[in-house]
Design a protein around this ligand. Structure first.
Ligand SMILES: [Zn+2]
Ligand SMILES: [Zn+2]
Length: 179
């Protein structure tokens, strides 16, 4: 999907929100900023001096379906509404309205599977179930990776963390939640 395609979808996302009587800002930059490096989020809504710029992961633009891109753009466009800089009740209410009107599945967070694009971030840890042997790849630290003893596998088994050989320990990284 080209820059022009993505910009057209942004125009459509704004129009759909307005048609659903959602008061999105009329000061949204018509050009989407494609973020080449984003690895932990698919979209972002940046506010500067009363204007909004929507960012989209370049990988999502390249590999994602039109529907996946629309869903992320709509998610971000809703952040331009009054009182919607977070995922509070007002934002969630608008997201539900968009989902009901257009069949989206806009949610607070998204993941590579749901958006149908490949997660090529390096695996740094495996969380391994000691009972059923299930191995969950993890790209970054999380409460689960830091404290596996506090969690259980869906089978009820205890979990253990195996760092992937050759990967340095890493510090804190930002979560997957879109902002
Ligand atoms: Zn298990
Ligand atoms: Zn968000």
């Amino acid at each position: 999907m080209t820059q022009e395609d993505v910009d057209k979808l942004l125009t459509r996302a704004i129009a759909q929100a307005r048609a659903a009587k959602i008061p999105v800002s009329d000061r949204i930059d018509p050009r989407v900023r494609l973020n080449q490096r984003a690895r932990t989020r698919f979209g972002c809504c940046v506010r500067r001096e009363g204007r909004y710029t929507i960012e989209l992961s370049a990988q999502l633009a390249r590999e994602g379906s039109e529907r996946a891109v629309m869903q992320v753009l709509c998610h971000e466009v809703l952040h331009t509404c009054y009182g919607c800089s977070n995922h509070g009740p007002r934002w969630r209410g608008y997201a539900q309205r968009m989902n009901a009107a257009y069949g989206y599945e806009i949610q607070r967070t998204d993941n590579y599977d749901a958006l149908g694009i490949e997660d090529d971030r390096p695996v740094r840890y495996y969380v391994v179930c000691q009972r059923c042997g299930r191995r969950l790849p993890r790209m970054k630290r999380s409460p689960l990776v830091d404290h596996p003893g506090r969690y259980r596998c869906t089978c009820g088994g205890a979990l253990r963390v195996e760092p992937v050989a050759g990967v340095r320990a890493i510090g804190y990284e930002k979560g997957d939640e879109r902002t």
